[in-house]
Design a protein around this ligand. Structure first.
Ligand code: CTP
Ligand code: MG
Length: 227
């Protein structure tokens, strides 16, 4: 298995309200990003990591990577103004020979090696996939604080990362989105717009994205229960 992985980490963490990129904040004594990287590095078959970073975080993230003593090459790539732009920068920096790639948000620091492994394994036969879990809440579509629609819950899944793609397909999707000015919040949505099928890998209920201080508190409890 050739496990290439791109980690978008070039955000600012505006919704966290901290004075720096949320990925640098401590979680049980280590930066959030360190937990994400540890799980990725511990996955059998991982062969290369690319981390998209904001220039102002480069020194901090270099130190985080060095402290982990990774056995695989880790490259820091300058990210862009949006997650989509950061991913595109990462795709362009993939080494020759990377036929398929997983993309995993730096902010999803509770994903386990088992999830990375299952995604890489499925990529051998599936050109586009994402981790997702069935939603537990009933979801309402709301306009001006009024409900306009209640979609059937049994068809609703919450998208997570990793999201995995065969590289030529992912390149084509990003190129088409640049030409058409599509703006989306995940890579699967680009493929969907192209009319391409995207498969689901069963995600992990604990694979939350650290977005607000409440997420940080929940992640602390989950990690403590694992240690
Ligand atoms: N990301 C990125 N480049 C950007 C914006 C986001 O690489 N220009 C990354 C973030 O670092 C994060 C992931 O994409 O790991 C998911 O984004 P999100 O959770 O929205 O993080 P932020 O954009 O940093 O947070 P916020 O939206 O609250 O500002
Ligand atoms: Mg964001």
């Amino acid at each position: 298995m050739n496990g290439y992985l791109l980690i978008p980490a070039a955000g600012s963490g505006r919704r966290m309200g901290a004075d720096r990129n949320k990925l640098l904040l401590p979680l049980l004594g280590e930066p959030i990003l360190a937990w994400t990287l540890k799980a990725a590095i511990a996955t059998p078959g991982v062969c290369w990591l690319g981390i998209m970073v904001h220039p102002q975080d480069r020194a901090d993230i270099t130190a985080i990577v060095a402290a982990l003593h990774p056995e695989v090459p880790v490259e820091l790539i300058e990210g862009g103004a949006t997650r989509q732009a950061s991913v595109w920068a990462g795709v362009q920096a993939l080494p020759q020979g990377a036929d398929s790639v997983l993309i995993h948000d730096g902010a999803r620091c509770l994903a386990t090696p088992n999830l990375f492994h299952r995604c890489w394994a499925d990529l051998a036969t599936t050109p586009a996939l994402i981790a997702a879990v069935p939603v537990k809440d009933t979801i309402k579509e709301v306009v001006n604080q009024k409900i306009v629609h209640t979609p059937a819950r049994d068809r609703l899944w919450a998208a997570q990362t990793p999201q995995g793609f065969h590289v030529p397909l992912l390149r084509a999707a990003h190129q088409q989105s640049l030409e058409n000015g599509w703006e989306v919040t995940d890579d699967a949505a680009l493929l969907e717009r192209m009319g391409h099928e995207v498969a689901i890998v069963i995600g992990e209920e604990t694979n939350l994205k650290i977005t607000t201080p409440a997420d940080l508190a929940i992640a602390t409890l989950i990690l403590q229960s694992r240690l």
